[in-house]
Design a protein around this ligand. Sequence first.
Ligand SMILES: [Fe+2]
Ligand SMILES: [Fe+2]
Length: 165
Amino acid sequence: MKNKELFNEYAEEILTSNIFDMCKNTFSHGTISIYEHSLAVAELSFSMIEKSRLDKKCVVRAALLHDFFLYEWHIPGKRYLVHGWVHPAIAAKNAREMFNISDKEYSCIKTHMWPWTLFHPPLYKEGWIISFADKIIAIQETFLRRGKRHQLEDPGRKIDGTVEI
Ligand SMILES: [Fe+2]
Ligand SMILES: [Fe+2]
């Protein structure tokens, strides 16, 4: 990333909010928190387009909030089975309620899991970038850092699937 100042400017509202800190208590892959995961996706997405004319503010904000679903999904059960399909809409709804996101940012969040969400591909180039970056980061987390999962403690993790607000 060349322009870290611009990235920080766009990310500031979200990264400095208490509500986004809740993502430190929900997990992506292994011991990687949603906070870390979302930051990595936002940084990669921004790096991919920072020299383009695409909407960088939208990319940073939607990438940070793309997994803002605020529940622990690694618990066997109904939610675990449907998580891949339902969490984009939940994240988009949460993001709309808790941050002043644009319709474009909302759309990018809601479509980031394509092709899982078969009939809802990204409507914007920014959405395609986030969807692609998310998959790259998820692969890295799954295959490169998997071994750490059982070696670390997760003091903030809620075993019943809830998160304190
Ligand atoms: Fe996701
Ligand atoms: Fe993700």
